[in-house]
Every structure is written in C-alpha cells, then in structure tokens.
Design a protein around this ligand. Structure first.
Ligand code: UD2
Length: 477
C-alpha cells in the first residue's frame, strides 16, 4: 500500500463519524447472545475478532484524540460549556477504552479476569446505566437482587417499609448497608411504603426511573389465611400504585416478582410457563400473586410499548457467598431451609417433616430449590434482555433449577454442609402441600440466557455460612 493510500485509509477511519460503533455493538451483541445459538463457537470467534479489530482501529484515532485534547486545552478559558462537554466526552471514552482493553486481554487469556463481565461493563458504559427502582429492596430477595444489579452496572434506588427487614439505629436497612460493604458502592435508599401513593409520587417525581423491580409484598402463606384482608389490600394496592406511577411518569419496564404458587397443585411435571395457572390456589398470598399477574398481563395489552416480565420463583434458598446477607425470617421460620438451619445451629430443637407418605421416592415433599444468587441474577438478565431488545412486550419465566429434592434430601445436604446432626420427627402433612413441584427452566435459558449455576451443596454451604456468621440474623449488626 502506498503512503498516499495509507493516509487516505487512516483519514477515513479516523474521521468516519460512527467510527466503529457498529462493529463494537455487533461484537457485544454476539457475545451476549451466542450461548443460545446453534453456531455458538463461530459467533463467539467472530465476536472476538471484531472486538480485536476494534482495538486495532482505535490506534488510528490516536492522532485525532491528541488533537481533540489540544483543542480542549485551548477552549478552557474561552467557552466553559464547550470545555466541560469536551472533557466529559473524553473521560467517558477513556474509561470505556480501558474497560474494553481489559475485556479483550481477559478474553485472550492474558489477564485472569472474567472477560464476559468486562464486556458487559463496556456495554453498560456505551448504552448508559439504567436507573432501576427496587421495591422491597431490604428483604431476602431484594438485597441479593440489588447486589447483582449493582455488580452488573445498573443504577438502583431502593425502597422498603421494614415490615420484614431490620433497620439500624439511624433507620438504615442493615441488609443494604452490607450490600454497600460487599460492592464498595453506596446504595441509595428511602423508607417508603408502596401503599402510600403520595410518598411514592414524591419519589417518582424526584428520580427518573428507567424501570422497576417490584418485590415488596407480604409473603407468609399461613398468615395470609388468617389475615386475608391484609394480604389482598397490601399486595394489590402496592402493585396498583406502582402501575399508576409508571403510567404517570412514563416508566415502561416492569419486572414483577411472581411465584410458582400461581400454578396451584401441578397438573403436569415439569411445570412450564404454559402450564395452567390460577386453579386450586389454596391461600390468599398465592391468590394475590395470581391476581397481580392477571392485572399486569392486561396492562401489557393496554400499553403495548411497555415491557413486563413476570418471574415465577420456585423455592429460593441459600445466601450470598460473603456470608454478609441472607434470609432473616421474623419469629419461627415458615419455610423449610431457614427452619433446618436454625435446628442445625441449636436455636430450634427439632424439624417436623410435614408428611412422609407422599408419592415421592422417600415419601417426603419434593421441591425445586434455587440458590438465591441465581434467582437474583434472573432479574438482571430480564433487564439485560429488555435493554438488548428494546421492546419485548409481556413475558413470563420460571426461575428454578429443573431439579427436585425431597425434604429428607435437603436435611441430609444441610447435615453435610454443617457437619451437625439435624433432629427430625414426622408430622402430618401441612394443608395445601403437594407431593412434587419442579419446573422446566428451558425458556429462561433460551430467551434470557439464564440458568441456575449453583447446586445443592452451594445452597447449603452458603446458608450455613450466613447462619453461623449471623446467628441472630441482622439484629446484632
Ligand atoms: C403453597 C405455597 O404458597 N407455597 C409457598 C412456599 O412453598 P413451599 O411450601 O414449597 O416451601 P416450604 O419451604 O414452606 O416447604 C418446602 C417443603 O418442606 C416441607 N416442610 C416445610 C417446613 C417444615 O417445617 N417442614 C417441612 O416438612 C413442606 O411440606 C414442603 O414439602 O414457600 C415458597 C417460598 O420458598 C413460596 O412462597 C410458595 O408460594
């Protein structure tokens, strides 16, 4: 190539207005979506080459970058708006360039870092962080979800009314303070009851949310039977208020925390998203989840430009591997695993197994237990999908592992993780309990590129670490 040709190529590359945005975006798109593709290997190789190509092309921009910096220095005294705008853009590009270089070096095996994560950071820098309102943020699912959101580059704003969370002496949520400790980032929080529409309005007025994750709800199955009014009014009013605020302030991305309970007693196994819902739900808590699904599905039809994702959780257990956040039930736990770990640590004397005559291999109930961190990541993936696609309408996903374990298997796994004997006795079946529940998580794998990564041992070891490091939950903080 002659010098003249080289000069014109260099000039074209450094002045092309879109520069390599298209290549870069395509590379990230392929990296994020290739795992579900049949031509996964080829696509990933192509993505790597495109990304490498981007780095090479960047070199051509160096002279123009230097010139831009010179111009920036010259405009300093003249026009402050031009100066600060220029400085802002230069800083963003520099941060982006460094993140991308790290991603590429990790991808090439030169740096021992998680390349996918660094590519994701680039993507977030490029598109800009989305600001997500998280309701019920200080709870078990909330705190883990906030942590994963922050780690993935999302901006969060957290609200909680402390109905099921612990505050320190200054009224701050202890779980989210721990999340701040783990992530090294501040977690913005305001105490708010989602049923208080005026307070909610103030919050929506102050912040420009790009989406929300609605987790705030009363959730004790037995209590809901005793206090149906509280459950219907709290869970439904809270959700309706949020829908109203979203309409008023133009927030169009709504992730809702639903539950496997909407399927009622399963008619088929594994349960898919197309399995029938709403039949045989035995308690008001489950009914509120089902009703909210119906309401959101209708809102999705009336607001075609909204994105609504209904996440049907199976049985979340475990804790973050740091041992700093975990499930902190008030009083005697209703769910199996918090009960089991409290027996293991000696806070409770014995676990009553609710029936051993079910039609299962060992006679005890079988459930699809999922590690809380996997569950939390499902929310991030739902937002990633909205971000990547722009518009998805209303979608529903099962978040489970697809594997069922019995009560006896769970107790044995916890004995192994804790190294302690867990006393059990056989009781009568709990009203409404069914023999076996587990899901088919294939749709979430296909569309969200999400699947549970942690197994039974991780669930029990992480739960045990949380339990031993925090024998009284968040109270001693
Ligand atoms: C019908 C229903 O709405 N179920 C809720 C309940 O599911 P599950 O009833 O599936 O969860 P769970 O943790 O209460 O029980 C799991 C299994 O352990 C058994 N067990 C439980 C406690 C105990 O002290 N002894 C014992 O043997 C129980 O019979 C079942 O076979 O909790 C989930 C959260 O994790 C969801 O909120 C579900 O919506």
């Amino acid at each position: 190539m002659s010098q003249k040709q080289l000069d014109s190529v260099t000039k074209a590359l450094s002045t092309y207005p879109g520069r390599d945005k298209a290549i870069r975006s395509l590379a990230f798109y392929l990296l994020l979506h290739a795992p579900g593709s049949v031509r996964q290997k080829e696509l990933q190789a192509l993505a790597k080459q495109l990304s490498g190509c981007r780095l090479v092309m960047r070199q051509f921009n160096h002279p123009s970058m230097i010139k831009a910096c010179q111009m920036l220095l010259q405009t300093k005294k003249g026009d402050p708006i031009e100066y600060y705008a220029g400085a802002g853009v230069t800083i963003i590009y520099t941060v982006y360039g460094v993140a991308e270089l790290i991603a590429w070096l990790a991808d090439a095996g030169i740096l021992a870092l998680d390349a996918a994560r660094w590519y994701r950071y680039c993507l977030y820098l490029w598109i800009g962080g989305m600001k997500i309102l998280v309701t019920g943020a200080a709870g078990f699912i909330g705190s883990h979800t906030v942590l994963e959101l922050v780690e993935s580059g999302y901006d969060v704003f957290c609200i909680d009314n402390f109905v099921n969370a612990v505050a320190d002496d200054q009224g701050r949520p202890v779980s989210l303070l721990r999340v701040a400790e783990i992530t090294g980032k501040q977690i913005p929080f305001e105490k708010c009851d989602v049923c208080d529409i005026n307070q909610l309005d103030e919050i929506f007025k102050k912040h420009k949310f790009d989406g929300l994750i609605h987790l705030a709800a009363l959730k004790a199955v037995g209590e809901s039977v005793a206090k149906p009014y509280d459950y219907y009014s709290n869970n439904l009013v809270a959700s309706l208020n949020l829908i109203k605020m979203c309409q008023k302030y133009g927030v169009k991305n709504f992730i809702f925390s639903s539950s496997a309970t909407v399927y009622g007693p399963p008619k088929e196994l594994p349960i898919t998203e197309n399995s029938p819902t709403g039949q045989g739900i035995t308690n008001p808590y489950g009914q509120t989840k089902y009703m909210m699904e119906q309401i959101l599905i209708d809102v999705g039809k009336a607001e075609p430009d909204w994105n609504i994702v209904l996440l049907r959780y199976f049985n979340p257990v475990g804790a973050h591997k740091s041992g700093k956040i975990g499930e902190d039930p008030k009083g005697v736990p209703n769910n199996l695993m918090p009960f089991v770990s409290q027996v293991a640590i000696g806070k409770l004397p014995v676990l009553t197994i609710y029936g051993d005559k079910f039609d299962t291999p060992d006679g005890t109930g079988v459930r699809d237990y999922i590690h809380i961190v996997d569950l939390a990541k499902g929310h991030v993936k739902a937002l990633d999908r909205i971000k990547a696609k722009g518009h998805i309408g209303t979608e529903i996903y099962n978040l489970g592992t697809g594997t069922g374990y019995s009560v006896k298997e769970m107790v044995a796994a916890m004995e192994k993780a804790s190294g302690r004997k867990i006393s059990t006795k056989i009781g009568v079946p709990r009203p409404g309990d069914v023999a076996t529940v587990y899901c088919d998580p294939a749709l979430a794998k296909e569309k969200l590129n999400w699947q549970a990564e942690f197994g039974l041992d991780d669930m029990c070891c992480d739960l045990w670490r949380w339990q031993t490091q925090n024998p009284n939950g968040f109270l001693e903080a």
